[in-house]
Structure formats: C-alpha cells, structure tokens
Design a binder for this molecule. Structure first.
Ligand SMILES: [Fe+2]
Ligand SMILES: [Fe+2]
Length: 303
C-alpha cells in the first residue's frame, strides 16, 4: 500500500463538498458570521472593541443565527474527526520502526492506533449529532486542513501540527460546544461534547509527551516542531475567532490545555498568536469596507 497519501488520495463519497480554508471561512453561516452571536459590532465597539470587529462574540443560543452557526461548527467537527482518524492512521503506517529521523518508536504507533479508535468513535458520535442538530453531510463544506498538517514528512512535526495545534483547537471548540449545549438546554449535545473533550485532552497530551521524549537530545528538531506548531496555531485561529478574549466565539480552554501538557507560557503564546490573527482579520475587514465606501463615493460605515 502507498505511503504518504495526499489530500487528493482521501476517499470521500458524493455527499462531501471540498473547499479551501478561505472559502470555508467566508461562508456567512460560519463561526464569526454576522448575527450569529447576538452581539453586533456597534455594541462591541461601545465596550472598547477595535474598530472593524464584525460578527465576533460569544455563541449564545437565542441569537438569530445561532442554530446555523452551531450546525456549521458541528459539521466542521465531524469532518475534522474524519481527517484526525485518517492522519493518525497514516502516522501508524507511513513510518518504519526505529530511532532515526524518518522512523518512529513502536509505542508512538500504539498511541496513534489508540487515537484511531477514539477518532472513529468521534466520527460516529459527530455524524449523529449533526443529524440531531438538524443538518446532514454536505450542507456545509469540508476543508482538508487537518489532514494537510498530517502530511508532514517528519512524524514529530505531524504530532506538533495535528495533536498539539489542531487537537488543541479541538479542545477549545468542544469546550465551547459543551457550554453551548448546557446553555441551550440540550443534554445530548452537552454530554457528547464532554466525552469527546476528554479524549481530545488525551490526544493533545500524547503530542506533548512525544514532543518531549523525541527531542530530549535534539533541541533543533524541537525548535522546528514548535515553529511548525506555531504556524498551524496562527493559521487556524479561525481569523481570531478562537482567542483568550471574553467575547470570542471560541475561547481558549486554559484548564484543559494545562491538563494536556501545555505550560502557562505556551498558552499565553497561543493567546498572543490568536490576538494577532484577530487583529489582522479585523484590519482586512476595515480595508474592505473602506474600499467599498470609496467605490461608492461615501465614507465607510461606522463599526
Ligand atoms: Fe476527535
Ligand atoms: Fe483527537
């Protein structure tokens, strides 16, 4: 069987709609979409928010677009679970056993096999939750960013990008969805997210533990892995939608990240990277508004 599959090699049936990350993030029903969170830009600006902050705010059940935003997030979780299963499975298969740079220890493969078992269960839970929440496969899109991070030829960088960065993001997302289920009075959503959250903490901890073990005598490889993790963290801060700010749609789950082996300074670093991503996203919105206003011959709308 072929090693090191590409995204194009992944098996999907006709229900799945694949797009790139930019197109997925521009879906107005998505995280950060206008009206999804019950707090508009003017309200946030009045609390000292940056100009241009549009559509960001905590996800609350009674907001007009909250059902679509929650369904979109759930669909995103589901396709993420499929790719997490595929990525962990490939890491089991793509590398020979050994201590070389392109080899992995047997215990790492065992961890990846355990993760496959968990992710397969998460796929089943998530697809049932999408139906429970009133959507179905293909109503929203799939972008293969998680599997792309799992295509790195260095197994340690895969674990840094997938287990530490993207599964770390999964911790933040599941924690948010669990709270949303609680506030919405939906115990099925709340408990399912809680159980999956516990598994994700374990997966992130696997990444943290292997990062430490495999680089104990190799600081350069550790630095490369941390740099890759930081790049992935910034790319997938959801345009700043995941951050440490009180009004974030998805808040950094500090306590669960500590349980998963992140130090406080590492969490602070992710918060800073997320803040930069949010500021950059807001600057892009402001620039687009200014360009539209200039084209229309008027001053930009207040934000
Ligand atoms: Fe999962
Ligand atoms: Fe996971």
């Amino acid at each position: 069987m072929k090693r090191h599959l590409t995204v194009e090699d992944l098996a999907r049936d006709g229900r799945f709609v694949r797009v790139n990350m930019e197109d997925r993030m521009n879906d107005p029903r998505n995280v950060g979409g206008p009206g999804a969170y019950g707090r508009d830009a003017a309200e946030q600006a009045g609390e000292g928010g940056r100009a241009g902050r549009v559509g960001l705010g905590r996800m609350v059940p009674d907001a007009p677009n909250a059902p679509d935003a929650a369904r979109s997030l759930m669909h995103g979780i589901f396709v993420g679970e499929i790719q997490a299963l595929e990525g962990a499975g490939r890491t089991c298969y793509d590398f020979d056993l050994g201590d070389g740079a392109d080899q992995v220890p047997y215990a790492l493969k065992l961890d990846m096999a355990r993760q496959c078992w968990d992710e397969a269960r998460h796929c089943e839970i998530s697809v049932k939750l999408t139906e429970w929440m009133g959507t179905e496969i293909g109503e929203f899109t799939e972008s293969p960013f998680l599997f792309q991070a799992a295509c790195n030829p260095d197994a340690l960088l895969r674990l840094a990008g997938v287990n530490r960065a993207l599964e770390g993001l999964a911790i933040d997302v599941f924690n948010t969805m669990r709270d949303f289920g609680d506030k919405a009075g939906d115990p099925v959503l709340e408990f399912c997210e809680d159980w999956m959250l516990a598994d994700e903490v374990t997966h992130v901890k696997m990444g943290s533990d292997w990062m430490r073990k495999l680089t104990v005598n190799d600081p350069e490889r550790r630095a490369r892995a941390l740099e890759f993790q930081s790049v992935v963290d910034k790319l997938f801060s959801l345009g700043g939608g995941r951050s440490d700010d009180e009004d974030s749609p998805i808040r950094l789950a500090r306590r669960f990240r500590q349980m998963a082996g992140f130090t406080d300074s590492e969490i602070d670093e992710i918060a800073e990277v997320s803040r930069q991503a949010r500021n950059e996203a807001e600057d892009r919105v402001a620039a687009r508004r200014a360009a539209m206003a200039a084209a229309a011959g008027s001053s930009p709308p207040a934000s």
